[in-house]
Structure formats: C-alpha cells, structure tokens
Ligand binder design. Structure first.
Ligand code: OGA
Ligand code: NI
Length: 384
C-alpha cells in the first residue's frame, strides 16, 4: 500500500513544508525535538483544558469513579441487580468500568505492549500505513480528523478494521512481526466480550428485569439483533499520546462522542480520559485490568435517547506517553439503525431518524467535527 499522503516531498513554500511536517504526526514531531507546542496545536483559549469555567475545579482534581460493573456477577444469580446498575450507568453517565471480564490478562498486556512497540518503529515504517481513505482496512494518522482539523490534536493513531477477519487481517501491519497475531487475538476476545455485554444491555433496556433467574430466554428480536452484532463492524483504534511540553494548550482528543453501539476502551495507568458529567469535565480514574465501556451514538438512537452517548475528551501530560486501545462495535455498514419499536409508543414518540454507517462516514468527512453534531442531525425533536 502506498502512502496517500506525501511525506518525502520537500518542495513547496515554507508553509506547505510545515503543514506536511504536521501531517506526519506528533510522535515524529517529538522525535525531532520540540520544547514548545507549535501554533498548529494551540487551541483557542476557551477550548483549552485548564481555562474552563471556574466551577470546573480542574485544579481540585475532580476525579470520577465511574460505576463499576462486575462481569462475573452479571453471569450469576445477581444478574437482575447488575442489569439495573448497568441501566443506571448508561442513563446517567453513558459510561461504566467493566471488571472481572474474563479476557486473559496476557492477551491484554500483549496488546498494550505490541501497540507501544508499533509506535516505536522508525517513522518510515509507520508511514507505510498512512492513508486518507476512510474505508481502508488499516490507517495510520494523526490528530482527530486531519483533513479537516484547523487546530491539530496531540495524538497519533492506528485504525484497524476487524471484520471480516479473513479480508482485513492481511492488510494489518506486518511489523512488529508479532503485531498481527496479538492484535487479532485481542480483537477476537473484545468482540466476544462486546456481544455478551450487548445482550445484557439490550436486556436491561427491553427485557423484564427483576426475576431471580440467572438468564432469561432471549426473545426473537433479541436473537436477531445478536446475530446482526455477530456479523457487525468492529474498528480498533490504537491511540498514542506522546508527552507534550505544554499540555495546557492542547488536547489529545477534542470533545466527541463515539459513533457505534459500544466502545470498549483499554487505557494504561496514565490518566487522561475525561467525560462530561453534570456539565463538568471529570477525569476517569483508571482501574487496572478493566475496560471503560461507553454508549455510542447508535445505542443512543436505538434506545430512543434513554441511554446517552456522552461527550469525552483526552488530556495530555508532560511526563509520560499514554497508549489506549479503543474497540468500537456496531452493526454492519449496510444495516439501518433506528429506535427499537419496543421503546416507541404514543407517550414515547420516536426521537431519531433511521441512519446507517455510510451516511455517518459521509457526514464526518464533509463537516468539521463538532461535539455531538451527527446525533443532533438525526434528532426529530428537541425537548429539554
Ligand atoms: C476514542 C477515545 C479515549 C482515550 O478513541 O474514541 O475516546 O482515552 N479514546 O484514548
Ligand atoms: Ni471516544
């Protein structure tokens, strides 16, 4: 695959040269030595992490302990209670942390470790995977949406499409030599975990919760939906946030919501993720060996607004590089997504249009990324 972005061309005026330099990513910038954040990454004052309104209390370190869901407990006699906690978390935070998930710890630590090694490869090797084609099975890049962003973010990424494995895996990086195997094993495990968590979420949303039986029999609708998820899309995003000399001036990721049904995020022990909770930015405290799970736009639509896809962003720091692996799951690209008929009646009218992935991709390529604007465009009513 040839890089779609010119990286070796040294022609052009100074501005063009500088622009090309930024397209190569923050890791490359840092490797060449930076003592100050270049203008390209400096946010307008109001968008900076520390210049939020005073009540944000950032300096008081408003850390948030997200609701914790015990996956093992979910499979046991306590399932009805856990489903209730899950429903509360999805309604109020749009986020929870999943512990005791059963994925072997070596699968997780190997994924983190091989991701780190990928970003340590010489720039020329990483650049082999650069592409401006959003449909490419593998895409190395920088910032949030590098074709549109006026101000760049302090983040490089590797995006891997995961489904169907036989089509996409041959395109995944062949270096480091064990990358493909370790990432494929991690992708498979997270996909399986997603399916089980998704069944529980649908049950918490549509099913009658409150019985003492461990698992209720799935309805036909639930069976069909599960099959659609099994054949659904999975995008894995490996994020790298190098240490930043002036972390107050920029962000690793701007405020955004995720588009799919659920995101399973693996973060290392370096803090950085913040979510918007009760109009404040609060830092999510990492729990070792857990996943941060969040509601995406498609689940908000499916739940007719009951479950919320919440805005989140990433802070950077001057001390340590941070790596995270986000696994975004949804239905396949052609499937239409709309509110579940079970949740709509006369007193609960439909609040979102039907949508599909394709229109979402067209939307984000044609627009500046701006908060939850895609979801807003799908809304039929604007109460609150
Ligand atoms: C994402 C995301 C958060 C993080 O990849 O969509 O929100 O902590 N990542 O890297
Ligand atoms: Ni996100």
């Amino acid at each position: 695959m040839s890089p779609a972005i010119a990286i070796t061309n040294d022609s052009g005026n100074e501005n063009e040269k500088e622009e090309r330099q930024y397209q190569r990513g923050v890791k490359h910038l840092c490797e060449n030595g930076v003592s100050k954040v270049p203008d390209k990454y400096i946010l307008p004052v109001l968008d900076r992490p520390t210049t939020n309104h005073e009540e944000d209390n950032l300096f008081n370190k408003d850390n948030l302990m997200l609701p914790v869901i015990d996956f093992a407990e979910l499979q046991g006699s306590n399932r009805p209670q856990v489903l209730k906690s899950m429903a509360n978390a999805c309604e109020q935070h749009g986020f929870f942390q999943l512990v005791n998930h059963g994925i072997p710890s070596d699968v997780i630590s190997s994924m983190m470790e091989v991701s780190r090694r990928f970003f340590e490869l010489p720039f020329e090797e990483r650049a082999n995977y650069m592409s401006s084609d959003l449909n490419s099975p593998v895409r190395y890049g920088t910032s949030f949406n590098q074709n549109n962003d006026k101000v760049f973010c302090w983040r490089d990424f590797l995006k891997l499409m995961c489904h169907p494995p036989s089509d996409v895996l041959p395109h995944w990086p062949s270096s480091p030599p064990d990358f493909r195997e370790l990432a494929a094993s991690y992708a498979k495990e997270t996909k399986f975990l997603f399916e089980i968590v998704m069944v529980a979420i649908i049950e918490s949303l549509l099913g009658e919760v409150g019985t003492t039986t461990t698992k209720k029999k799935k309805t036909k609708e639930e069976e069909e939906l599960l099959e659609k998820f099994q054949n659904g899309s999975q995008l894995m995003v490996v994020n790298c946030y190098p240490p930043c000399p002036q972390p107050d001036l920029t962000l690793g990721m701007p405020p955004h919501s995720d588009y799919g049904f659920l995101t399973l995020l693996l973060q290392d022990q370096v803090e950085g993720l913040q979510i918007k909770f009760q109009d404040k930015w609060v830092t999510v405290q990492p729990i070792p060996n857990s996943f941060v799970v969040n509601v995406g736009d498609h689940l908000e639509i499916f739940s007719n607004g009951k479950y919320k896809s919440v805005l989140h962003r990433v802070l950077v720091n001057s001390m340590k590089a941070r790596i995270s692996v986000a696994s975004l799951h949804s239905l396949s690209f052609q499937c239409m997504i709309g509110p579940s008929p079970k949740l709509i009646d006369e007193s609960n009218p439909r609040r979102y249009r039907d949508t599909d992935f394709k229109s979402f991709l067209e939307y984000i390529t044609s627009r500046e990324p701006k908060s939850k604007s895609f979801l807003e465009s799908m809304k039929l009513t604007y109460e609150n």
